[in-house]
Design a protein around this ligand. Structure first.
Ligand code: HEM
Length: 501
């Protein structure tokens, strides 16, 4: 197979988001009731997240009624063949305090109700010196994210900065004085050949779950029932998940069917520091140049080459022949034999989506039974400028850049975003044969000592424990939001209270 320059982006996938909606989706699923960034996610080049507080709930309800016709539903999001037409897409969601202001009860997600600030300690965010046992403060959380009252978020996504600014202004105008804009986060795809790549340089949005009845899966694409992402649909279930048997359907209030929970995290990326680390820790192997060793180390920490090609398929070099939707997700970490010779257990994509099950050494491999319930729909976008020559030279970050991380799931803690972050990425003993490995990209050692180790990233030196003394990614803020179904939006606009569980 052909070889490409190490670590370079090659060509883009025809649709790197991997979601090809079925021409004839399951008719029992009302796509007009689901907000469109939840499923199938917005195609976008620019996006604004307008975080607001509600100043007058009764006026807000009326304005919401006006805004409703602008919300992009799952039925409105263009199919891949029509992508990049000039379009603007909107979505709206409410935090716990916003739900209280609008008399919306809990749909059955306690972490949504507690809010992300409270949960940040468990996510592993670094504590600020002023943190107390009863009041955790994230050291890197910006002042605005620490202090502002966030009741809701409006997403405005578009294909250019100008149309996105216009769209955001229009939304703010519709709500008028019923809201106060507290924070605006602006995301934009990276320029030129880096489009679709996050700031460390790796193609993002490659592996998305194929929702059964809605999406035509590519070879090897992970599949799940739609209820894993959308409340009240088939698969919105609690464990136990016994082989082949369904779990227990979750209780939901009637209005919540078609809704979802959005996890938003502003994740600052220390790109020059990450690059410096790779430069100082190349894989040293006979026949590899320094540059190739650097690229291989990075690829083994992520689990994919910068192009998006999985190292489980192409472990030695980036190979553009795998940049095909029918190859790029078609792997299970078990060839030619179970182990981490091709992809470390600790690699970011293996930690966050362990496609195999290893509970007993030597046991036949199958899909991790929890995995089809622990898939999230990711819809983030990079923010901030490209690395400047001065930063590159100093090998130190001075500008704020990173990922406006967004994921959707029907429940945060079992088994959505916070489960994946806490129980897999931050857990050095996961998966079971592993005993000392954080996710080297997003894993957090809890507390003030941030040193993390990752084993297996050098296939030729299996005893190596790669030590990372600092985080490459730090959370600057975030919140959880209920993304109500459209029918619930109508009821809120009409002044109704929505009782919780
Ligand atoms: C700045 C932060 C992050 C960066 C730079 C990053 C980067 C990446 C990259 C390059 C991929 C591979 C391409 C793809 O499949 O889309 C990926 C996949 C993935 N990431 Fe992240 N990620 C970040 C944060 C997170 C967080 C916070 C989570 C969840 C807790 C997460 C969960 C996942 C999952 C589930 C996959 C797909 C794995 C698979 O199905 O193979 N990521 N990420």
């Amino acid at each position: 197979m052909a070889q490409v320059p190490v670590g370079q982006p090659t060509k883009s996938l025809p649709d790197n988001r991997s979601i090809i909606p079925l021409e004839q989706p399951d008719p029992s699923i009302d796509l007009t009731n689901i907000q469109g960034d939840v499923y199938p996610t917005f195609p976008k080049k620019v996006e604004q997240f307008i975080f607001f507080s509600i100043t007058d709930p009764s006026v807000f309800r009326k304005k919401l009624g006006k805004f409703r016709k602008h919300i992009t539903t799952a039925a409105d999001v263009p199919l891949p063949k029509d992508r990049m037409v000039k379009l603007t897409q909107y979505q709206i969601g409410f935090s716990s305090s916003g739900m209280t202001a609008l008399n919306i009860g809990s749909p059955g997600d306690s972490e949504l109700i507690d809010g992300q600030k409270k949960g940040a300690e468990n996510l592993g965010d670094e504590p600020a010196p002023e943190s107390t046992p009863t009041n955790f403060v994230g050291k890197h959380w910006s002042q605005e994210w620490r202090e502002k009252k966030i009741d809701g978020v409006i997403l405005a996504a578009s294909e250019s900065s100008a149309t996105c600014e216009e769209a955001a202004a229009k939304a703010i105008d519709i709500f008028g004085n019923s809201i106060k804009v507290e924070i605006i986060e602006r995301g934009k795809v990276r320029p030129g050949t880096e489009e679709g790549h996050e700031h460390f340089g790796y193609l993002d949005g490659v592996s998305q779950p194929a929702l059964k009845g809605l999406v035509k899966p590519h070879a090897g694409q992970l599949e799940c029932e739609p209820g894993v992402i959308i409340m009240g649909l088939k698969g919105d279930e609690a464990p136990p998940f016994v082989d082949g048997q369904p779990g227990t359907p979750r209780q939901r209030p009637d209005w919540a069917v078609g809704g979802s929970v959005m996890a938003f995290r502003k994740l600052h990326q220390r790109v020059p520091e990450f690059d410096k680390f790779l430069e100082e820790n190349p894989i040293q192997k006979h026949g590899l140049t320094h540059e190739e060793g650097v690229a291989l180390r990075g690829a083994r920490m992520v689990g994919r080459w910068k192009s998006g090609v999985p190292i489980d398929l192409s472990p030695e070099q980036d190979d553009p022949d795998f940049l095909d939707p029918e190859f790029i997700n078609n792997f299970r970490y078990h060839l030619p034999e179970p182990g981490q010779a091709r992809c470390p257990f600790s690699a970011h994509i293996r930690k966050t989506a362990p496609r195999e099950h290893h509970d007993k050494p030597g046991a036949p491999l199958k899909l991790n039974p929890v995995l089809p319930h622990a898939l999230i729909m990711r819809a983030g976008i990079p923010y901030g400028p490209e690395v400047t020559p001065a930063e590159r030279q100093a090998q130190k970050t001075s500008e704020d850049r990173g990922l406006l991380f967004v994921s959707y799931q029907s429940l945060l803690g079992s088994f959505g975003f916070s489960f994946i972050q806490r129980t897999w990425a931050n857990n050095p003993t996961f998966p079971p044969p592993e005993d000392n490995s954080f996710d080297p990209i997003i894993g957090n050692a809890k507390g003030v000592v941030r040193t993390r180790v990752a084993s297996g990233t050098d296939a030729t030196f299996t005893g190596e424990n790669l030590e990372m003394k600092e985080d490459f990614i730090v959370a600057e803020g975030g919140e959880y939001f209920l993304i109500p179904p459209l029918k619930a939006i109508d009821r809120i606009s009409n002044g109704e209270s929505l009782p919780g569980l």
